[in-house]
Write a protein that binds this ligand. Structure first.
Ligand SMILES: [Zn+2]
Length: 266
């Protein structure tokens, strides 16, 4: 039974921040995917296969970009286009055309420009999938249900109004979710991605799709993706990340300087 890796990126660039993937490493990942015969698909497509229950096709991958940084347009898009690849970008709709200084952003996080609506439209017209990532990027389990619903619905509506895409998929800010948040998202979206480390399998849950942060992805990883050893590696990384979040309880949400200097963003 085939599985699908969903690789999560943020920005592409050389800066020494876990938000960034260096262009050369990104390029090498694409080259390895292409050489191995992989094709990119949308998450909506993956959700369709998941619900049909007939398994996934071989050599399928999803590339996802959280937050909609402008380097997705300038650095990622041309490289993907050269291979005939497309990707999914999750937009924080209240901040499109601005930067990532949404409430709760740690002061030490780099200030980065975000895609404008014109750029998001160009990506959509090139076959990219646009997903909703709320309007203001709050940790959803910490806000009330009415606000959760507004964040989901308004971000979807903005994408629909500005680009014509339905924004069927959702990404939880910081990967933070609970049963109540999931239930609200399920009323409005076809599926949602988490920050749980893993591959999407036939047993995957549509509102908890596992992903692999680019921080843990090496260009040559694709050769090992179906192996038991790689699945064990992902389980280990997932456990370690969850343990670290227990230790650094507030680093994700409050902007506390206790956030580790390195490690993946969310
Ligand atoms: Zn985010």
């Amino acid at each position: 039974m085939y599985t699908i890796p969903v690789i999560t990126y943020h920005a592409i660039g050389e800066a020494a921040s876990p938000l960034f993937t260096p262009p050369a490493r990104f390029e090498a990942t694409l080259a390895h995917l292409a050489a191995a015969g992989y094709r990119t698909v949308s998450l909506e497509r993956v959700l369709g296969w998941l619900r049909a229950g007939a398994g996934f096709p071989a050599k399928t991958v999803v590339l996802a970009f959280d937050d909609g940084y402008q380097s997705v347009y300038g650095e990622a898009w041309p490289r993907l286009a050269a291979y005939g690849f497309t990707a999914t970008v999750f937009l924080v709709t209240g901040f499109c055309g601005r930067d990532n200084r949404w409430p709760g952003q740690p002061a030490h996080a780099p200030r980065l420009p975000l895609l404008s609506w014109a750029e998001a439209n160009k990506l959509a017209n090139a076959g990219w999938e646009l997903g909703a990532h709320t309007c203001t990027h709050p940790p959803l389990p910490l806000v009330d249900a009415a606000r959760v619903e507004q964040e989901v619905m308004k971000s979807q509506a903005a994408i629909q109004a500005r680009t014509g895409q339905a924004a069927a998929v959702f990404a939880y800010p910081y990967g933070a979710r609970n049963a109540a948040v999931e239930a609200i998202v399920a009323r409005h979206c076809a599926g949602a991605v988490s920050t749980d480390m893993g591959l999407v399998t036939a047993a995957g849950r549509p509102y908890r799709l596992a992903r692999i942060d680019a921080y843990y992805w090496r260009p040559e990883t694709i050769a090992a993706v179906g192996s038991a050893g790689f699945r064990g590696y992902l389980r280990l990384r997932d456990t370690l990340r969850k343990l670290r979040r227990c230790v650094y309880t507030d680093w994700q949400w409050s902007g506390s300087p206790s956030r580790p200097a390195s490690g993946p963003a969310a």
